[in-house]
Design a protein around this ligand. Structure first.
Ligand code: IPM
Ligand code: MG
Length: 355
């Protein structure tokens, strides 16, 4: 049996890293996937005038999962909000009901020199997962512009959550915590925001279903600080859409490079969307220098979470570790004066480590 995989290469470095990761996928699971190329983001704007066509969305919906490189770039930065490439991402997340974004951030011991933190802090290492709510909050709340009676322009965005949205993301966090060290830290801004006060209430309500898991709360500004002060204190973090967006970029840089971190976006079904957390990096696009590891590791997450191929996922993750241990580095994680590998060289190293 073969699975349908919708493949969105996207913009910038997207095509290079997606092709790299598909080579790895073919190596571990030859012939198991059929690839459906989908145009979304900037390239879709160029070709169809919109970031996501109905046909593209339908292909994603009819697939067993979606793999995405990255979308966006300076060329489309001045378009109005509803025509920006990022809209494609938001549309797919919402339309596929992918409310849970799983962003693991762990410091590989071999990369600890690339970690920007104090030596002692880096030595301790860290291994956390940020669970970001992905289809609610300020990303999807009412927004707009108006003019007041003095002719002053007003713009607004609304942070809004309902109880059901909070309950289901809380359960994702508690379920995951059970498979790890049974600790959940819920991050909010309950000292100011009403939506955060509901968030906190509901998280504690759901926590009662998981008496074996310890739950704590942290304000988001403190969390931003604690991440650089003592990242080892965290295991599972659960938070709202925008807080998760910001904290996951911060956490990623602590691992040495944003070029290392995969992510999964999941809903009620097995179908997920898998993507590196980094963006389209237009400055290095087409130069064959981008780090393909985040996308390769996203393939591993996909095999494990959507296709019950945990042992193949392990194989990929081990191969990546082996490659790093061997000293292979793209230029974003370079720690000495040795020559950085290109995207294709790094990919070839991972593939040979699989064998
Ligand atoms: C991410 C990205 C997106 C987001 C952008 C590109 C819309 O930053 O996946 O973290 O804000 O969700
Ligand atoms: Mg982001």
């Amino acid at each position: 049996m073969s699975f349908q995989l919708a493949v969105i290469e996207g913009d910038g470095i997207g095509p290079e890293i997606v092709q790299a990761s598909l080579q790895v996928l073919e190596k571990v699971a030859p012939g198991r996937f059929q690839y459906k190329p989908v145009l979304a983001g900037g390239r879709s704007i160029d070709q169809h005038g919109v970031p996501l066509t109905d046909a593209a969305l339908t292909t994603c919906k009819n697939s067993d999962s979606v793999l995405l490189g990255a979308v966006g770039g300076p060329k489309w930065d001045t378009l109005p909000g509803h025509l920006r490439p990022e809209r494609a991402l938001l549309g797919i997340r919402k339309e596929l009901g992918l409310f849970a974004n799983i962003r693991p951030a762990k410091l590989y011991q071999v990369l600890k020199d690339a970690c920007p933190l104090h030596r002692e802090t880096a030595e301790k290492g860290f291994d956390m997962v940020i669970i970001r709510e992905l289809t609610g909050g300020i990303y999807y709340g009412e927004r707009g512009r108006k003019t007041d009676s003095d002719g002053n322009t007003i713009a607004f965005d609304t942070e809004i959550y309902n109880q059901t949205e909070i309950d289901r993301i809380a359960r994702v966090a508690f379920d995951l915590a059970r498979k790890r060290t049974k600790k959940v830290c819920s991050v909010d801004k309950a000292n100011v925001l009403e939506s955060s006060r509901l968030w906190r209430e509901r998280v504690h309500q759901i926590a009662k279903e998981y008496p074996d898991v310890a739950v704590s709360d942290m304000l988001v500004d403190n969390a931003a600080m604690q991440l650089v002060r003592n990242p080892a204190q965290f295991d599972v973090i659960v938070t709202a859409n925008m807080f998760g967006d910001i904290l996951s970029d911060e956490a990623s840089q602590l691992t040495g490079s944003i070029g290392m971190l995969p992510s999964a976006s999941l809903g009620e079904t097995r179908c997920g969307m898998y993507e590196p957390i980094h963006g389209s990096a237009p400055d290095i696009a087409g130069k064959n220098v981008a780090n393909p590891l985040a996308t390769i590791l996203s393939i591993a997450m996909m095999l494990r979470l959507s296709f019950d191929m945990g042992s193949k996922a392990d194989q990929i993750e081990k191969a990546v570790e082996k490659t790093l241990l061997k000293g292979c580095r793209t230029r974003d994680i370079l720690d000495n004066n040795s020559k950085p590998l290109s995207t294709t060289e790094m990919t070839a190293e991972v593939i040979s480590a699989l064998a």
